[in-house]
Ligand binder design. Structure first.
Ligand SMILES: Nc1ncnc2c1ncn2[C@@H]1O[C@H](COP(=O)(O)OP(=O)(O)O)[C@@H](O)[C@H]1O
Ligand SMILES: [Mg+2]
Length: 229
């Protein structure tokens, strides 16, 4: 089944058109990674799928046209976002940050699931979020997104601001998450390394347009092209 179908998506801030008509599909269980330089429109794409910016075109989720739905209605249907820069509540504990992501009183049960997936967060549960390391904070942001039991996770630059060794750690966490949960992923990244080992399909986004798309077998080519931008 197709989890997400995007057709001719355009996005605007006032009159400025940032996405120039993107079309793509994500199959259930698939990870689709979009690489692109700063300012390409990656965050705008994530926001478009959540209903946070003005768009044209069609977005279907599990076969349903969600284009006209408000953000909270999209979340209720199973879309979650792990935002750029994590956006934690800095003065709240790790656990309270996680609970902010839960919906419909499913908190305790989902917490257990997140802690089983990321045992480090269980150890840190009573720590204040801003005192956690960058890698731990990113894990909290991922865990918080998982609290709403999503079937599609939107990831905005999980590697941002992390040292290479932490990027590796987060990547391993995501690989573990994928192996243990039924989840599809749309990830936008600048970091090729983060993207490549996780992705089933890749596209390169420049100035709001895909300049290259490929499946796993053509990822090498995509990578080369990305370095030429
Ligand atoms: N709130 C906004 N208002 C106006 N322009 C914006 C806004 N956010 C982003 N932009 C512009 O949209 C373009 C794409 O931004 P963005 O989606 O954040 O790119 P990326 O995430 O790939 O770095 C950039 O030219 C940026 O300046
Ligand atoms: Mg961005």
């Amino acid at each position: 089944m197709k989890i997400l179908e995007v057709e001719n998506l355009k996005a605007y801030y006032d009159k400025a058109r940032i996405l120039q008509g993107l079309s793509f599909e994500i199959e259930e269980g698939e990870t689709f990674t979009i690489l692109g330089p700063n300012g390409a429109g990656k965050t705008t794409l994530i926001k478009s799928i959540c209903g946070l910016v003005t768009t044209e075109g069609t977005i279907r989720f599990k076969g349903e046209d969600i284009t006209a739905l408000k953000t909270h209605e999209r979340i209720k249907r199973g879309i979650a976002i792990c935002p750029e820069g994590r956006k934690l509540f800095p003065n709240m504990t790790v656990e309270d940050n996680l609970l902010m992501g839960s919906i419909e009183g499913n908190g305790e049960e989902r917490l257990e699931m997140v802690y089983n997936l990321f045992p480090r967060l269980r150890e840190r549960r009573m720590h204040i979020a801003k005192k956690a390391s960058g890698g731990e904070q990113q894990m909290v942001a991922i865990g918080r997104a998982l609290m709403s039991s999503p079937s599609l996770l939107l990831f905005d630059e999980p590697s941002m601001g992390l040292a290479p060794i932490l990027v590796e750690k987060i990547k391993d966490s995501l690989i573990k998450m994928k192996s243990e949960m039924d989840i599809s992923i749309l990830m936008v990244e600048q970091n090729v390394k983060m993207a490549m080992e996780l992705a089933d399909k890749v596209a390169v986004l420049v100035k709001g347009k895909f300049v290259k798309e490929g499946d796993r077998s053509s990822i090498g080519e995509v990578e080369k092209l990305y370095f030429e931008i």
